[in-house]
Design a protein. Sequence first.
Length: 163
Amino acid sequence: MGVYVLAVVAGIASNVPAGLGVFESVLLLALPGIPRDGLLAAILAYRAIYYLAPLALAALLAAERLVRERRGKLAQGLYRVRGCSDGWPHDRQRLGIHCRCCAVVLGSTPVLSERMALLRDFVPLPLLEASHLTGSLAGLGLVILARACTGAWMLLTTWLSGC
């Protein structure tokens, strides 16, 4: 208990948000008899339970409240989009093929070196790498969406039509 209190006080005194890194370092240095991999796993589980789980729960509750408050506006926007999409394919197979094609384009198109050279001057490298990861995840999402595209659209319109 004393080592835990010491780690918390050191984290607070360091002025680092949530004592990130300081708390872990103090625990790892003050408890040399405990295997480091097990201790680090316990510390990461503590961080996830104490910080990330409440944050995720609060974000879900805030999003649910926001959707509930703006349900009418979301329904209006959905019906506007639905009106604009009269030319889109409406059967499941065609829409699934379009989603898969978009996923292939997102996931497999090469990066043009001229554009990358231009972006490197303005955008930090971690942000560029994150954009590639985001594009790949969007492609994966489209592949998943292609399997249930009609069902998800029908579920959303049915839910929003209740307002």
